[in-house]
Ligand binder design. Structure first.
Ligand code: ZN
Ligand code: FE
Length: 251
């Protein structure tokens, strides 16, 4: 298995660097400069670029990296991706640094959003965050709920490599949804310590997200009750999800 390293970019993005034997891939290089610095420092040749969605903070560095290393660029077929050589729509199987990767269609944040799954690791862009999920810029609550469901069936020990350091504020919201949750209080303390030490709060694991992420817990009585109190029309999954997501937008 390749090594997975975070490259911090902008104010709160993580570009994920996958490295193995002098070879590298990157996920969502929104900025080229910090990626080039890491590739040079580690003497890695960039051979693959994976893009989850079209937002500039996820693909802004592609042109410069392609100019220098000429790697293929994999990204959503439904979106405009700079230099995309291998358009994907989900369901494909591919190989990255000799590892089998499954491509998952997880629209909602954007229409064609993709996630990349290697056994043990999930690169999910702006779909699933630590204790949160992406905003619905182009999709519906039903679409995002289905996408999160596609991620939630992966094994609990799958590490979740999301694209932003949003966990602390997401946890404050999660506690507003489920104030009685002991698992949440424990996670809040653990994340506080990591951030105080200057360390990323990610990756988490899917099991941890299922215990503490309100957007993966829309069938839980406490989450249903909170959603109903915030205007959900009924206790159906999609209405609970929509009410919680709407509440988060103004939290
Ligand atoms: Zn985005
Ligand atoms: Fe983003």
């Amino acid at each position: 298995m390749f090594e997975i390293l975070p490259i911090p970019a902008f104010s709160d993005n993580y570009i994920w660097l996958l490295a193995s034997d002098g070879r590298a891939a990157v996920v969502d290089p929104g900025d080229a400069a910090p990626v080039i610095a890491q590739l040079e420092a580690r003497q890695l040749a960039l051979e693959t670029i994976l893009i989850t969605h079209h937002h500039a903070d996820h693909q802004g560095g592609v042109a410069e990296l392609v100019e220098r290393w000429h790697p293929p660029v994999f990204g959503p077929a439904a979106e405009s991706i700079t230099g995309c050589t291998n358009p994907l729509s989900g369901g494909e199987k591919m190989t990255v640094l000799d590892q089998a990767v499954d491509v998952l269609s997880v629209g909602g944040h954007t229409r064609g959003h993709l996630a990349y799954h290697v056994p043990g690791a999930l690169f999910c862009g702006d779909t699933l965050f630590g204790a949160g999920c992406g905003r619905l810029f182009e999709g519906t609550p039903a679409q995002m709920l289905a996408s999160l469901g596609r991620l939630a069936v992966l094994p609990d020990d799958t590490r979740v490599y999301c694209a932003h350091e949003y966990t602390e504020v997401n946890l404050r919201f999660a506690l507003a949804v489920e104030p009685e949750s002991a698992a949440l209080r424990e996670r809040v303390e653990r994340v506080r310590q990591l951030r105080a030490a200057g360390l990323p709060s990610v990756p988490s694991t899917l099991g941890e997200e299922k215990r503490t992420n309100p957007f993966l817990r829309c069938a839980q009585p406490a989450v249903i009750a909170a959603a109903l109190a915030r205007g959900a029309v009924d206790a159906s999954l999609v209405h609970v999800f929509a009410a919680i997501r709407g509440w988060r937008n103004t939290f």
